[in-house]
Write a protein that binds this ligand. Structure first.
Ligand code: GLN
Length: 277
C-alpha cells in the first residue's frame, strides 16, 4: 500500500470513528509509523509501506479511534516552535498558552528571575529559559510531570530548576516574573469536555474546583510572597472567568490586564505586584 492510499484510508477510519481532526491525525500517525517528518508524506506519495510500518500505523489508528489524542500516541507536541515530549501525565501544550510567552517577551525590564507554577511538560519554563536567557525555576505537584519537564529541559538545552512541589511550597527567593497555567476547568464542566481531554488528559491538570479558580486563589498569596516590587504575574484561565480573575487581584496588585486569545476569548491575565502603591 502507498502512503497516499494509507493516508486516505486512515482518514476514513478516523472519520467513521467520529474523530474531528481525522486528516491531520492520520498524517501525524503515519509520520510516526514511518519515523519521518510530515513533508515526506507529500514528497513520496508512492512510497510503499513495509509490513512493520503498516502494523504500527494500524495500531495508532485504533488508539486514535478510541479517543486517545494523537500527541499521546506520537508523544510530541510543538510549542513556540520547539518540540516537547508529552506523556499522559501532562497536559498537551495548547497554542493559546503561547500568549503567556508573547507577554513575557514584551515585559520591560526583561525578567531575569522567573518562576513557573504547574509546569506540566515544562513548555512555558523551558521556552522562557531559552527565549529570555532568564534564570528559571519551575514546580509541579506531580512527580511524573516533573520527570517529563526535566527531560524536555535537558533535550532542548534549557537550564531550568524543576522541583516537585505544591505550587510554590518550599520555594524561596525573589522573582521578577511568575507564570502559571494551573488547572482551571470547573469540576462540573469536565464531563462536557471533548472525549480526548476528558478521558485522556490528567484530571489533576484540569480540575480547578467548583468555579475553576481554587488553584488561582492559592497562587495569589504565593505570588505576593515571591514577586519583587513591580514584579509581573502572567497566567492563563478559562474563557468565562475574566471578571472573577480580576477580582482576585486588588491592591497591592496594579494594572491588571486581560489578554485575549486568537479565538478572541479572554484567556490570560497580566498584573503587577506593587506594594508601594
Ligand atoms: N485549556 C485546557 C482546556 O480547555 C485547560 C487547561 C487548564 O486547566 N489549565 O481543556
Amino acid at each position: 500500500m502507498t502512503l497516499k492510499t494509507a493516508l486516505r484510508q486512515g482518514t476514513e477510519i478516523l472519520e467513521r470513528a467520529g474523530v474531528a481532526d481525522a486528516r491531520p491525525s492520520a498524517e501525524s500517525l503515519l509520520c510516526h509509523a514511518l519515523g519521518r517528518e510530515r513533508v515526506y508524506l507529500f514528497s513520496h506519495p508512492e512510497h510503499e509501506l513495509t509490513t512493520v510500518e503498516w502494523i504500527h500505523y494500524g495500531r495508532y489508528l485504533h488508539e486514535r479511534s478510541n479517543g486517545k489524542p494523537a500527541q499521546y500516541i506520537t508523544k510530541r507536541q510543538e510549542f513556540w516552535g520547539r518540540e516537547f515530549r508529552v506523556t499522559p501525565a501532562v497536559l498537551i501544550p495548547r497554542p493559546e498558552t503561547e500568549i503567556l510567552i508573547e507577554q513575557a517577551l514584551l515585559a520591560r525590564p526583561s525578567p531575569r528571575r522567573v518562576l513557573d507554577l504547574c509546569t506540566g511538560s515544562g513548555c512555558i519554563a523551558v521556552t522562557l529559559a531559552l527565549e529570555l536567557g532568564a534564570d528559571v525555576t519551575a514546580t509541579d505537584v506531580s512527580a511524573e510531570a516533573v520527570e517529563v519537564a526535566r527531560n524536555n529541559a535537558r533535550a532542548l538545552g534549557a537550564r531550568v530548576t524543576i522541583l516537585e512541589a505544591d505550587l510554590a511550597g518550599g520555594v524561596e527567593g525573589v522573582f521578577d516574573l511568575i507564570t502559571a497555567n494551573p488547572p482551571y476547568v470547573e469540576s462540573g464542566e469536565i464531563a462536557r469536555l471533548m472525549r480526548e481531554v476528558r478521558e485522556y488528559e490528567p484530571r489533576l491538570a484540569l480540575d480547578g474546583g467548583p468555579d475553576g479558580l481554587d488553584v488561582w486563589r492559592r497562587i495569589e498569596p504565593e505570588a505576593r510572597r515571591l514577586l519583587s516590587p513591580g514584579g509581573l504575574l502572567l497566567g492563563e484561565f478559562g474563557s468565562g472567568q475574566a471578571d472573577a480573575m480580576l477580582s482576585l487581584f486588588p491592591a497591592p496588585w496594579q494594572g491588571a490586564r486581560i489578554i485575549h486569545d486568537l479565538a478572541g476569548l479572554p484567556r490570560a491575565i497580566a498584573v503587577r505586584y506593587d506594594p508601594g502603591s
